[in-house]
Design a protein around this ligand. Structure first.
Ligand code: GLY
Length: 295
């Protein structure tokens, strides 16, 4: 029999604060942990000012926005994901339906779009005037003034002690069409074990996925490390194996099944938001510059 818990929510980046506030309100009003994760992430997906997620996200090299998202439910250990999804503003909601309505765990490209349309999603233009102008500027010199690609990752613990997590991104701006990063991959962009904890990743997906980073964070927590220690140890592992990764950004967040949180990154600048007791707060993640071999 599980004990009653104080709900806790953690999310990546500054935009995570609005996401955890909305998710927290849903948990407070009795919604499920999956609703909290999905709708919290929707807040960022639907905000055109955010250039790396959903509507207004940076397009690929052809000027087409291709979105990746995944969601994972602790109690059932089920997951759903979409990759390379075009024309749909809320990919995390499609990912949830992949989990709930199909026997599959991931749909990609045209198949994901056809599924979304069948489920009642509208096809919409995802480029904003600003993101189109920035793409045209990129086309001229193949260089971007701002190449950040900041995934929204969010993990929640509800009052029953159940966990869920999700993440959503437009990936690297001006990527090759068809490029997929870590975000829709269970174990890389996110992972949940309801008896241990949840984790999510942000940053350069090509490197995050080579280390199964979110799975590693949760497995280190299973071995007894705190969420903070597990995030730091995972970054240390990434830097020990590939020291050149000190020049790219990878950020990790973690939430234990008891409500403890942690976050770490390779480089400065990674903020994360935590919501507990009806209050959301932004913090700077611990920077792990050490490239010592992990234990
Ligand atoms: N972390 C998001 C991506 O690289 O696509």
């Amino acid at each position: 029999m599980k004990q009653a818990h104080s709900p806790v929510i953690i999310a990546t980046w500054r935009f995570g604060k609005e996401a955890v506030e909305h998710a927290g309100e849903l948990l407070r009003n009795g919604h499920s942990v999956l609703d909290a994760v999905e709708k919290g992430i929707n807040v960022v997906e639907l905000e055109p000012a955010e250039k790396s997620v959903g509507f207004g996200g940076r397009p690929n090299a052809d000027g087409v926005v291709e979105l990746d998202a995944a969601i994972m439910h602790g109690p059932t250990h089920d997951a759903g994901a979409v990759a390379g999804l075009r024309h749909i503003k809320r990919p995390i909601s499609v990912a949830r339906l992949v989990m709930e309505k199909t026997p599959h765990a991931m749909l990609v490209g045209d198949g994901a779009l056809q599924f979304a349309i069948q489920q009642g999603f509208q096809q919409e233009h995802l480029l904003t005037d600003e993101s189109r102008d920035q793409w045209k500027t990129w086309l001229e010199n193949r260089q971007s003034a701002d190449d950040s690609h900041d995934t929204i990752g969010l993990a929640a613990l509800d009052t029953q002690g159940d966990l869920a997590a999700g993440c959503s991104t437009s990936g690297i701006g001006y990527k090759l069409p068809g490029r997929v990063g870590d975000s829709p991959l269970v174990g890389s962009g996110l992972y949940v074990d309801n008896d241990v904890g949840a984790a999510s990743a942000t940053g350069l997906g090509e490197e995050i996925l080579k280390f199964c980073s979110s799975f590693l964070v949760v497995e280190l927590m299973r071995q007894g490390l705190s969420p903070q220690e597990a995030c730091e140890q995972t970054i240390r592992r990434i830097l020990a194996k590939k020291p050149q990764n000190k020049d790219i950004q990878i950020g990790l967040i973690a939430l234990s099944h008891t409500g403890k949180t942690g976050a770490a990154a390779c480089r400065p600048g990674f903020q994360y938001a935590v919501w507990r007791e009806d209050h959301a707060e932004l913090s700077d993640a611990v920077i792990v510059a050490s490239i010592q071999q992990p234990q």
